[in-house]
Design a protein around this ligand. Structure first.
Ligand SMILES: Cc1cc2nc3c(=O)[nH]c(=O)nc-3n(C[C@H](O)[C@H](O)[C@H](O)COP(=O)(O)O)c2cc1C
Length: 183
């Protein structure tokens, strides 16, 4: 099994999404025999913004296509994903490779992969909450992965900027969830 482990938080060792994605990876390692792990830290080694010339560089796309499982750390910045992660998505949403258009509409071509996303959000965006309409991270990632034929799984730590107690409880709840994911 090949696992692609991606992080996009700018918070280094203080990052919740990095801690959760690391925990997901550890769980997967403990249940699958000797997986090959490819690391892509989008902050340590950022991808440039998309240009027409970038379409000739297939390295990121090939790496994605070769992976069976993806573990993605995705913090919420300004109600959506970090631009570092968007630059990565810009390279994997490629017509003819990960989706195509048919007479019946778009069809995903990347099905069969497992995608697990570690979400970290400062606030609370549950359906019905006052800020629900500003949730453009989980909803966007679900839409994008669905578009290419994948149903992503999410492990979320929410309310991380709502006091130390809430932060610790939320991270520890998310780390607990990662154990169930690998089961
Ligand atoms: C630049 C920046 C923008 C942020 N914007 C939001 C936001 O729009 N909504 C929110 O709920 N939290 C926001 N936060 C809080 C983060 O989502 C929270 O700190 C989370 O822990 C980030 O994940 P990380 O610890 O993996 O970096 C923001 C944090 C930063 C640094």
């Amino acid at each position: 099994m090949t696992i692609l482990h991606i992080d996009s938080s700018i918070n280094g060792d203080n990052s919740a999404s990095r801690a959760i994605s690391r925990s997901i990876l550890e769980q997967l390692r403990s249940t699958s025999p000797q997986p090959r792990v490819i690391r892509r830290d989008l902050v340590a080694q950022p991808l440039p913004h998309l240009t027409m010339a970038s379409f000739n560089d297939q390295e990121v796309l090939e790496e994605f296509l070769a992976a069976d499982t993806l573990v993605i750390g995705a913090p919420m910045y300004n109600f959506t994903l970090p631009t570092q992660l968007k630059a990565w998505l810009d390279r994997i949403l490629v017509a003819g490779k990960t989706f195509h258009y048919t007479a019946d509409g778009p069809e995903g071509l990347a099905s069969g992969k497992r995608v697990i996303v570690a979400l970290a959000r400062g606030g609370i965006y549950n359906a019905g909450s006052p800020a629900a309409a500003l949730e453009h991270l989980e909803s966007y990632l679900r839409g994008v992965f669905n578009f290419i034929g994948i149903e992503p799984e999410f492990v979320a730590a929410d309310g991380l900027n709502m006091g130390t107690e809430q932060r610790e409880a939320s991270i520890s709840q998310a780390l607990g969830q990662t154990v169930r994911l690998a089961a």
